[in-house]
Design a protein around this ligand. Sequence first.
Ligand code: GDP
Length: 418
Amino acid sequence: MRTQSHHRPPNAGHLGGPLTAVRNLGILAHVDAGKTTVTERILYITGATYKRGEVHEGTTVTDFDPQERDRGITIFAAAVSCVWDGHRINLIDTPGHVDFSDEVERSLRVLDGAVAVFDAVAGVEPQSESVWRRADRHGVPRIAFVNKLDRAGADLDTAVASIRDRLRVTPLVVQMPIGREGSFTGVVDLLRMRALVWADGRDGVEEGPVPEGLREEAARRRRALEEVVAELHPLALEEYCARPAVGAATLASALRDLTRTGEGVVVLCGSAYRNRGIEPLLDAVVAYLPSPLDVPAVHGAYDGAREERPADPAAPLAALVFKVTSAATGRLTYLRLYSGTMRKGDTVLDAGARRTERIARILRVQADRHTEVENAVAGDIVAVAGPKAARAGATLCAPGAPLVLEPPSAADPVVSVA
Ligand code: GDP
């Protein structure tokens, strides 16, 4: 197989970059499906990218507690930022446990898209079904990652059938596994018709032509994908009727639309544990899941007056507190900014409590460090130090433009197709 790195060069320009290059992402899973391992691998792979790119945007603050430092990365933070292909991905922790109900609701509210992780042997389990339904209620666009393909008894087709039957959603399977169980080594990317293979004991993925013996099956699966997409998407149908086939570019844009309307779910596969499948998963997050600009403006109210707030850095500030943690170094308040800009040193209003708070520091939590930044803008997710009393669920806003963010209505679609 001819080898060629699948990795694209890191783009250092993302950090203060456009909102279209931001993905606020959650990872949803049944306990044990591999959420922690997938998260660790994402941070490991993007961390390597980060170091190669040597991006600096502020002062690095090392204030992790010893347990976190031992593991080397911050998998317990409420939100961790990483960089992939010029995009900033803010990974928001979504508690897998049903007990943390309010916390699940709040984390679903601040993310714009999610990866649902399934176990390739167990398929859709009851808990993954209940988290899926909640994400439906919040209108969170999702892609599916069928993990643990290396396990004995793992089978992508069976897992896909359980996604179709239990979740009642149309699977859009964009990969075909290469090798089964212990000899699962890679996937065929059915859009580009290229083989991606992960070698044991080596980082990174090697790309090459689809092996001879797999070409027929890959072609059959590609055609099946084209047919499903043509059934759901008018542009793909038009192309299918004319040729009859659907090209990769049309497929990609149709998959993006179908993801955002929830009419279908893109399915990828891999083995997080053996580091297989993570790079194409990150590519899919960037390609199919929405940016903060692709989701509708939020609403808020104050003293009876209702107001819409666009994801615009120039609009008055409105930010939602979704988690408060206390580390050895002090209280950290995790925020999603919906509109406006927050600067270090600002005094903001906790509109519900009618109390002001001071933003002493703004931090981006990265895989192995906290980086202090001067400001954060609409669409962003950051941790701030300074607020003393603001609780999870509170709105922090500009004192001159008070607002309490409304919970999204279950009936409102959260996504729109651009
Ligand atoms: P979480 O509970 O969803 O966070 O799941 P974890 O990431 O902790 O994984 C649960 C168990 O599955 C751990 O023992 C992992 O080592 C194992 N695991 C995770 N990913 C894979 C995989 O791709 N293949 C196999 N065989 N085991 C995995």
